[in-house]
Design a protein around this ligand. Sequence first.
Ligand SMILES: NC(=O)c1ccc[n+]([C@@H]2O[C@H](COP(=O)([O-])OP(=O)(O)OC[C@H]3O[C@@H](n4cnc5c(N)ncnc54)[C@H](O)[C@@H]3O)[C@@H](O)[C@H]2O)c1
Length: 273
Amino acid sequence: MKNLLNYEDKRVVIVGCYSGMGEATARIVGGLGAEVVAVDIKKPSVEHSKYLEVDCRDPSAIDAVVGEIAAGGPLDSLFYCAGLPGGSFSNVDVMSVNFLGLRHMVEACVPRMKRGDSIATISSGAGMAYMMVLDRLKELLALSDHAEALRWVQGAEAEGSLEGYSFSKMCTIAYTLHRGPLLTQETGVRINCISPGPTDTPMMGHFIENVGQTFMDDFPKPIGRNSTAEEQGWALAYLNSAAASYISGENLFTDGGASGGLMTGSIDMTQMA
Ligand SMILES: NC(=O)c1ccc[n+]([C@@H]2O[C@H](COP(=O)([O-])OP(=O)(O)OC[C@H]3O[C@@H](n4cnc5c(N)ncnc54)[C@H](O)[C@@H]3O)[C@@H](O)[C@H]2O)c1
């Protein structure tokens, strides 16, 4: 039987692969035969076929890097794994990296991709309540211009109505579900996201600092532990592989079942500290 998870002859771009899930994804798809173009604000210690520096808060830097990627060869798959936690990072920076930069990168890459190519991005279980604020999310999604969308975010921040991290993750899910089907219909490029639960990466230390060790310990974990970065990397590798050729416009909760239990009430939210 043909191995559909194979990445041989694929040139993949991994944004945010200095550490965590992006770094794990690079190891996984590299091991499956991909040529990895690494994109990050920080240079990974691991050698990849190419490293391009970008600050995902800056749309013109994203455009320049996408131009450079396209000039170097085909772009078969994009993984957007860059992200910032809340806490000491401003809400505007968090929204800029986690959603506005993600969307700008996706929209800049799609015209350079061909039918059957694929994109996978990362949201979070923190975005699970997206349906409750869908109208507000759609208001922002309707602003396809980066500068206009950034002004909306800055306005919401000035009003004090923005919780950057979870809102950025709701935006990513809503974008994938709302824009994904149209994008696939127009271009044949698939786009999906995953929504991880607590995962042991360098970001976990920030979450503990922000919400406390007790909250993170008490967060529902049906599998009985945090996820590893590799477990999230495999989900991303699957979604961008030929094994997932009929999956698009989908958000995959990769949290061991926590979100399903919380959304249907079989896990009691009040158990959490
Ligand atoms: N760790 C968790 O528990 C958890 C849970 C759910 C979702 N997530 C999400 O997973 C994604 C990956 O995070 P992680 O846990 O692997 O953390 P991480 O901090 O290890 O990885 C984040 C990556 O983004 C890069 N990055 C940060 N700012 C950037 C910028 N301005 N421009 C370009 N690159 C930038 C970092 O250099 C790093 O490589 C994030 O979107 C995060 O919100 C994490």
